[in-house]
Design a protein around this ligand. Structure first.
Ligand code: ADP
Ligand code: MG
Ligand code: MG
Length: 897
């Protein structure tokens, strides 16, 4: 109800940190205001009462000409939305109180500086005038007085500015109210309204913050950082938000107020230097940082102001951070004893893990670029990662080129504002010439994981000419640059990048191991009350080749949930043999072709078994599920049109008599034979046709060869000292009789091979559950199948009756946009329909066979939301692409916790 800012101000007050007296109007009031446009009953009276209390605490009086109280009116929702909503400072100044304050402070410059700021902020936030209207007048004044920065303007100039600003509001047919209560009322209302401003709404969409939370309004006694060089204001993080290093990180400005630091108007100082300028306040600040970290057990992002040497805390919140920093801080805080391993695991998001495996620039290529003179500029490394793209100088164009033209873009601006966020989200990278590590661009980029360099001050941006220049080197809109958010460097042209290895990331590896430990705990699974394994969800990988299996192992997979054998058939030197096999008129000829394929399949499988072990010494194998041939045979043959073309061309050549010869006639005959086969294999719905187990029953020779290859491979590696765990998966089962027909034949081969080779190892035969009928009759199917693997791509396709190859293109996107479906069911598992079938299959299957192993190998195995569901229904594992394995490990632990 107090919003983040209000709650934390209250908390800081409670633990006796120096916070100026304040009160908070709750989010409930904001929500009540929205439909009516009126303050709810009693709000204003309560505000007046609370105002009296802060008058008492501060010893000043609001609107009093001799000893005036000034306040700020600050927005603050439950989730922080940096810079998205409005704040007005110095409320309570008017012509009278300004005079009173001058008498009191003997500092005319300070008072009129505050006053002109009030009119400016009030003008833009409350009266809705354009910022530029005031900025232009200010710039003119600076020029006239020969002032470089705002602080060069003297009292007289600022006093003049106040009058000019009032004239600006009048010119726009608006009035700056002299009545201080009117100022307070209108400012509060403006903050309420800013909750539904376009900026704030866009931001909420992008971050999934609900619209009905509302914002609180904090009325806070003003403290002044602009009273001279013994005053100042700053922003700091208790740890480095880019790297996670345990060292204070931030900026400050002397003789400045509020937004000056964040806006990047003047060049800021590094927080370390504050010790030289204002030692006692700095020392006190260090102690407060420590207190706050211990209190919140998290890295804090703070705002403070020093008024004539006295420190005031104006805000604290959990700091936004990069993925790298999130991981390092979580790891460090466990070691410092601040948080538990579970908390650390919960603090890392799957997006964090994902971005740690994202590309970074190749150091060598960077050196080459430097030698070639392509180094362009450097700035603050605000958000890490590498970005290569075409330059655009405004948010709208960046968004347009990214979305409509599908370009990789870099958004370049002098600095960014909240209404630039749509461009920043669309860009591959962000570059600004002004601002520091806590500027708007930096904060937003870090949050969304967009590589970003800020404050590259050598760059002169010319928005009219649509170009930027450094030392005569011109980059025009649309040209390519490379931005290194990790180092702060900018290069002309493109630099190569690579994906970093997980092995080198000690902190992340450790946290993922904690995640695995959590998943393995019996108490965690016991909470669910599902039947089946006590041990929680494991992460396996889909891997077709030994190299994929090795990558999957290095990313922490403890099994292969799907090896698609047909990929091995598509290799160029094998495809002709496969085609010969398909065209074979007799079973003998088919077997002959298959025997040629057997050695290569066997050696592929040997590679998989060798890669999937716990370690090289013990050679204990993890399960490797190999799926027997699944697609319809026509996929291995050329398209009919292609063959027809070939036949016609050759015939014409023959008729023309150019290349008459035996070869050509033979080729025509071969092509005709192939065409005949293609035509006879044609089906109207191939995905529902002769494939999977149906094909195996029609042509058992193929799967017999495959099973022989699997068991010979397992036997061979077993003889080398490995302990392989092959699991044979029969796809597309719909009726238990299909298994009854095929499985015993295959098991006979398995046993025969083990006898021939005189070795023994454990193995399983199981099936995919991807046809609704199989799910519904799971208890019969589990009578034969020793494991189930949900093929959720097909299961989704068949349950919805949507063709997964065409649906997205034709109607699925519309369905999601129109809210007919909440999500694309091919991306996120449909729990109510497909998921219900899965739950049923697990329950019924385990009734027939309590130790039934259950997993998922569809696309959904790498999707955090679907992983959570798999945990809830008692899966033993999820299997996903090797690259998603680290993400899935974390998601599995999140589901468990
Ligand atoms: P935001 O949520 O956009 O950061 P804030 O409400 O925190 O907005 O205020 C904007 C700036 O004004 C901050 O730098 C803050 O420290 C400063 N500020 C707000 N209230 C006061 C006050 N009472 N005295 C001095 N500075 C203030
Ligand atoms: Mg703030
Ligand atoms: Mg399938």
């Amino acid at each position: 109800m107090l919003g983040g800012k209000g709650a934390n101000l209250a908390e800081m007050t409670r633990i006796k940190l120096p916070v100026p007296p304040f009160f908070t109007v709750t989010t409930e009031a904001c929500n009540a205001y929205q439909p009516t446009g009126k303050f709810p009953e009693g709000q204003w009276d309560q505000m007046m009462e609370a105002l009296k209390a802060i008058e008492k605490a501060s010893g000043k009086k609001f609107g009093d000409a001799t000893n005036p109280l000034l306040v700020s009116c600050r927005s603050g929702a439950k989730f922080s939305m940096p810079g998205m909503m409005d704040t007005v400072l110095n409320i309570g100044l008017n012509d009278e109180t300004a005079k009173g304050m001058v008498a009191l402070t003997k500092n005319e410059r300070f008072v009129y500086d505050s006053y002109r700021r009030l009119i400016q902020m009030f003008g833009s936030v409350v009266l809705g005038l354009p910022d530029e209207a005031f900025e232009d007048v200010l710039d003119e004044m600076k020029k006239e007085k020969g002032a470089k920065v705002d602080t060069d303007l003297d009292a007289a100039a600022l006093k003049e500015l106040v009058e000019k600003f009032k004239a600006v509001t009048k010119a726009h047919k608006k009035e700056f109210p002299q009545d201080v209560l009117e100022q307070l009322r209108l400012a509060t209302e403006a903050v309420f309204k800013s909750w539904n401003g376009k900026r704030a709404v866009d931001y909420r969409r992008a971050t999934n913050i609900p619209d009905d939370l509302g914002t609180a309004v904090n009325i806070v006694t003003m403290v002044f950082g602009n009273m001279g060089n013994d005053s100042g204001t700053g922003v700091a993080f208790t740890r480095n938000p880019a790297t996670g290093e345990r060292k204070l990180y931030g900026d400050y400005l002397l003789n400045a107020q509020g937004e000056d630091v964040v806006a990047g108007i003047r060049n800021t100082e590094k927080i370390e230097n504050l010790g030289k300028d204002l030692k006692p306040a700095y020392d006190q600040f260090l102690t407060i940082c420590d207190t706050l970290e211990k209190h919140y057990k998290n890295m804090q992002d703070m705002e403070f102001t020093i008024e004539r040497g006295r420190l005031w805390m104006l805000q604290t919140r959990d700091g936004k951070r990069t993925a790298a920093a999130a991981i390092k801080i979580a790891y460090d805080m466990v070691n410092e004893g601040l948080i538990t391993k579970e908390e650390a695991v919960l603090r890392i998001t799957t997006d964090n893990v994902d971005s740690m495996l994202h590309p970074q620039f190749d150091q060598e290529d960077k050196k080459v670029a430097k030698k070639e003179g392509r180094f362009y500029a450097s700035g603050v490394n605000a958000s890490p990662g590498s970005a290569v793209g075409q330059v655009y100088f405004d948010a709208d164009l960046t968004e347009k080129m990214s979305k409509e033209e599908k370009q990789d873009t870099i958004m370049v601006r002098p600095f960014t504002k909240p209404d630039d966020v749509h461009g920043m989200l669309a860009a591959k990278g962000i570059l600004t010439s002004e601002g520091g590590a806590t500027s708007h661009a930096a904060v937003v980029a870090r949050q969304f994981g967009v590589p970003c360099v800020v404050g590259a001050s050598a760059i002169k941006i010319d928005l009219d000419k649509r170009q930027m220049v450094v030392d005569g080197k011109v980059v025009k809109e649309g040209e390519w640059i490379s931005v290194d958010g990790t180092t702060g460097e900018v290069f002309l042209g493109k630099i190569k990048s690579f994906s970093p290895s997980l092995e080198e990331q000690k902190e992340l590896l450790t946290i993922l191991n904690w995640a695995d430990e959590i998943c393995a705990r019996p108490d965690v699974r016991a909470k669910l009350g599902v039947t089946g394994p006590k041990r929680g969800l494991q992460v396996w990988a889909n891997a077709d080749y030994p190299k994929d299996a090795r990558r999957a192992r290095s990313y922490g997979a403890v099994g292969i949930g799907l090896c698609r054998t047909e990929h091995m058939f598509f290799e160029p030197e094998r495809l002709p043999i496969v085609q010969r096999m398909i065209l074979a008129p007799t079973s003998e000829e088919r077997t002959a072709a298959l025997n040629e394929l057997l050695p290569s399949q066997r050696s592929d499988f040997e590679g998989l078994f060798r890669a999937m072990v716990d370690n090289e010494k013990d050679k204990n194998g993890y399960p490797v599920i190999i799926r027997l041939i699944d697609p319809p045979l026509h996929e291995f043959l050329p398209a009919a049109e292609e063959l027809q073309d070939k036949i016609i061309t050759q015939r014409i050549a023959n008729l023309a008599g150019y290349t008459l010869g035996k070869g050509d006639t033979k080729e025509i005959a071969a092509a005709e034979k192939m065409l005949h086969a293609v035509e006879s294999l044609h089906e109207s719905n191939p995905m529902m046709g002769l494939r999977g187990v149906r094909l195996s029953i029609a042509m058992p020779e193929i799967v017999e060869m495959q099973v022989r290859a699997i068991f010979e491979a397992a036997a061979n590696v077993a003889l080398e000292g490995y302990k392989p765990k092959p699991e044979v998966m029969i796809p597309l089962t719909g009726h238990v009789n299909e298994l009854k027909w095929i499985q015993p034949r295959l098991e006979r081969i398995a046993k025969a091979v083990m006898e021939e080779k005189k070795v023994n190892f454990s193995y399983k035969f199981g099936t995919m559950i991807e046809i609704p009928r199989a799910a519904v009759t799971a208890n019969e199917i589990a009578g034969l199948a020793e494991f189930f693997s949900f093929g959720t791509n097909d299961l989704t396709q068949m349950t919805f009756g949507y063709s997964r190859d065409d649906a997205e293109r034709n109607f699925l996107i519309t369905y999601v946009e129109q809210g007919i479906l909440p999500k694309n069911p091919f991306q996120t598992l449909d729990r109510d329909g497909v998921g219900r079938l899965m739950r049923l299959a697990v329950e019924d299957g385990r009734k027939a066979r309590p130790e039934l192993e259950v997993g998922i190998c569809g696309e959904h195995g790498g999707d955090p939301n679907s992983i959570e569901f798999c945990h809830m229904i008692g899966n033993n594992y999820v299997s996903c692409s090797p690259f998603r394995v680290p993400v899935a490990r974390l998601a599995a632990a999140h589901a468990a916790l």
